[in-house]
Design a binder for this molecule. Structure first.
Ligand code: NAD
Length: 424
């Protein structure tokens, strides 16, 4: 069992500085790392102008998001504090709450496959498709060798191109060659894209066709992560709540309109951790939604059922392509400190955390939806946001927000009226 506990009762009641202190103790952050989060304006500690200017094009500045910490996560017997960068109210609280309930019965059990990405080469105008397939199979070793010559570092770590698969698309319209690459601890897009570009001329030569697109696939179905948890029926509020939850879940199973929102809730959690750790969340999004539709119908990424004791069991499975090296992951200082807070060293472990957070987020949303509704939890911070929009500052924010909540009127026009009434 782990020494450090992510169970920090009353964490939400602390000040920003007090929370940071707790997290610093947990993750053994040094003064500089702490300052990085506190001194928002001191860009020399985060990404500075020069780095930003090299990361993307036409830079004019740096855009920020709030960074919160989800508590209570126990994954494979290890405690984690989870950094989440997100603009949406309630997500961090919901994840922490779900993790608290999951903890009652041992937390999350998670696993992840090898970190295998698929690179695609599209071959057009192939004169003899069957002969071409044969020739590609015969050249398999050579193709893998050419691919692996592109990334000696990856190969030295035990990764690299491992296999070739061939698919026919359309009525013999094109051949698509898949290069299966174990990208180890990287997200892998650059690595894979370089490899498919390198093997394309060879594929043209041996098939007599024209290699058009050479690019990674974001349907990373060889790079899956799974998590499972038992949610205690008493901690959920009784077996009636479990039943109501399952009725709500069934809606997503039967209806893509509902399933889209169901999966969006999952991604609330996954994206927030992906952003906090400097990962490409669009790649994860694309993979998740394509995987949800893999049978031809768009389906929820989670499964739920009742165990023999009436507790709720939840499970998630989805492709998760994340890295702990390479890309922005290695450049972004705050992303590095977030990884330190998580204490992750491998892409596999990060993928397992993301799957667990996705399950937690989905559980929390469905629990709220099938009982009190989603707005109750959203209300407090939503009211505060509306108050800010109406021009409230400092103590005025709470005052205006509380009044709107009491009146049950959380609207900008009412907030503006209250601002006038209270502060002239
Ligand atoms: P990268 O090329 O910067 O780093 C990966 C490289 O790091 C490897 O090729 C290897 O040589 C080296 N390395 C060192 N230690 C390693 C270890 N332990 N495990 C694995 N590799 C190690 O980054 P990348 O991960 O190939 O590319 C990620 C970036 O590509 C992301 O920023 C993403 O946004 C971007 N991208 C995505 C897409 C897409 O998803 N469709 C397309 C293009 C680019």
């Amino acid at each position: 069992m782990s020494q450090k506990s992510s169970r920090i009762p009353g964490f939400y009641k602390l000040t920003v500085e007090e929370r940071l202190e707790k997290v610093s103790q947990f993750a053994e952050l040094n003064e500089e790392e702490k300052l990085c989060f506190l001194k928002n304006g001191d860009l020399s500690l985060a990404i500075d102008k020069e780095i930003a200017d090299r990361m993307i094009e036409n830079v004019i500045g740096i855009y920020e998001l709030p960074l919160g910490i989800a508590t209570n996560f126990l994954i494979n017997g290890k405690d984690y504090l989870i950094p989440m960068a997100i603009e949406e109210t309630s997500v961090v609280a919901a994840a922490s709450n779900a993790a608290r309930i999951a903890r009652v019965r041992g937390g999350f059990e998670a696993e992840a496959s090898d970190q295998v990405m698929i690179g695609q080469v599209q071959l057009l105008h192939v004169p003899d498709i069957e002969k071409a397939i044969n020739n590609i199979l015969k050249a398999r070793e050579n193709l893998l060798e050419v691919a692996n010559r592109q990334d000696k570092v990856l190969v030295s770590l035990g990764g690299g191109a491992k296999d070739i698969e061939i698919r026919k698309l359309g009525e013999n319209e094109m051949l698509v060659v898949h290069l299966l690459v174990d990208v180890k601890d990287a997200m892998g897009a650059n690595a894979v894209n370089t490899m498919v570009e390198a093997i394309a001329p060879l594929l043209e030569e041996i098939t007599g066709g024209k290699a058009r697109l050479k690019i990674i696939s974001n349907l990373a179905d060889r790079r899956l992560a799974r998590a499972r948890a038992v949610f205690d029926k008493e901690a959920m509020g009784g077996e009636d709540v479990v039943d109501a939850f399952l009725e709500g879940y069934r809606f997503a199973l039967l209806d893509p309109y509902r399933a889209a929102t169901h999966n969006k809730g999952i991604m609330n959690g996954i994206d927030a951790v992906a952003i906090a750790t400097g990962n490409d969340w669009r790649a994860i999004e694309a993979g998740a939604h394509a995987y949800a539709a893999r049978d031809g119908t768009y389906k929820p990424l989670t499964r739920y059922w009742k165990d023999d004791d009436g507790n709720l069991v939840g499970e998630i499975e989805l492709p998760i392509a994340v890295g702990v090296v390479g890309g922005a992951v290695s450049i972004h200082k705050k992303a590095q400190i977030c990884r330190k807070i998580l204490g992750v060293k491998t892409a596999k472990e990060l993928a397992m955390i993301l799957a667990s957070v996705g399950l937690a987020q989905n559980f929390a949303a469905l629990l709220a939806l099938s009982t009190v509704g989603i707005q109750k939890g959203h209300m407090e911070l939503h009211a505060q946001n509306i108050a800010v929009m109406a021009g409230a500052k400092g103590d005025q924010i709470d005052e205006v927000a509380q009044r709107m909540i009491k009146e049950g009127k959380i609207r900008l026009d009412r907030a503006k009226e209250l601002m006038k009434e209270l502060y002239g």
